[in-house]
Ligand binder design. Structure first.
Ligand code: ZN
Length: 284
């Protein structure tokens, strides 16, 4: 059974299956209650968590009460056009090096949080999110996965009206509105995964599957993204990389299919879990 780091009301929890325990309590105070502090010492957390007996997990998981497992990262990177089929559906050429934008950390919410629709052109994008562990600068591709704490599921919600209001488009604001960054349910260490470079991911809107792909189809795989980013920025524990979305987003469908109030967005990645986010109307 997979063990993960979750955020329960701002306190770090350790989850195994459908059971969870408070990290600080279960460790007798040896480990911090702060999820960000645990990401700075993730190897210690992971080896402690792996050795826990089943009876330590005292509580049933309440998914609706989970916050973003990484609540306050220093940096949140997004990657544009990182799946061939998505670039094709958008009618855009594949980038020759990673196309990076920012999501401001204030957009992050938990795996069951509501997404506030700011216009009638808000769109979904299921994405694998890489969570930096040790991080560093000038990381070689072969060392990149070892510098991560793990992965979680993410939604790169985008207001296409704001994103494409002018030329050139403004990605960062259109993707950084409050609630536009659901992540979760927890951070799963990469050694829990059979192949961290090949995971099935999917997104359904109100039960209709809209996106279905594998992370092995990325243009720039996670190790390449980590190496490229770390040539320019120092990566620190908790930094997030939204690694891009596959084909099937609403804005390039015929006819277009944007999110509507009352829709539920169900985002699943193999071995990492599922998020369910409900769309609610924004203030007029
Ligand atoms: Zn995206």
């Amino acid at each position: 059974m997979i063990t993960s780091l979750v955020n329960r009301g701002g306190r770090a929890g350790v989850r195994r299956g459908e059971r969870v325990a408070d990290v600080e309590t279960a460790s007798g105070g040896r480990l911090s209650s702060d999820p960000m502090e645990l990401l700075r010492r993730f190897d210690e957390f992971r080896s402690w968590a792996a050795g826990l007996a089943g009876d330590v997990f005292t509580d049933a998981v309440d998914e609706s009460a989970l916050g973003p497992p990484v609540p306050a990262p220093q940096k949140v990177f997004g990657v544009g056009l990182n799946y061939t089929d998505h670039a094709e559906e958008a009618g855009l050429e594949l980038p020759t090096e990673p196309l990076i934008f920012t999501k401001f950390p204030s957009c992050l919410v938990g795996p069951r949080a509501d997404v506030v629709l700011t216009s009638n052109r808000v769109d979904y994008e299921v994405e694998l999110v890489a969570v930096v562990g040790e991080g560093g600068r000038n990381i070689a591709e072969k060392d990149a996965l070892a510098r991560l704490a793990g992965y979680c599921v993410g939604q790169d919600i985008s207001d296409r009206r704001m994103q494409f209001a002018g030329k050139p488009p403004q990605f960062s604001m259109g993707k950084s509105v409050d609630t536009f960054g659901p992540i979760g349910p927890g951070v799963v260490a990469l050694d829990s995964l059979a192949d961290p470079n090949d995971l099935a991911l999917s997104c359904a809107v109100s039960g209709e599957v809209r996106q279905e792909a594998r992370t092995s189809l990325m243009v720039f795989a996670v190790p390449e993204l980590v190496a490229w980013l770390s040539r320019h920025c120092t990566l620190v524990p908790g930094d997030l990389i939204f690694t891009g979305t596959p084909a099937g987003v609403g804005s390039v469908r015929e006819p277009r299919r944007y999110l509507a109030s009352g829709d539920t967005i169900t985002s699943t990645i193999e071995s990492l879990g599922t998020m369910v986010n409900r769309c609610v109307p924004g203030e007029a």
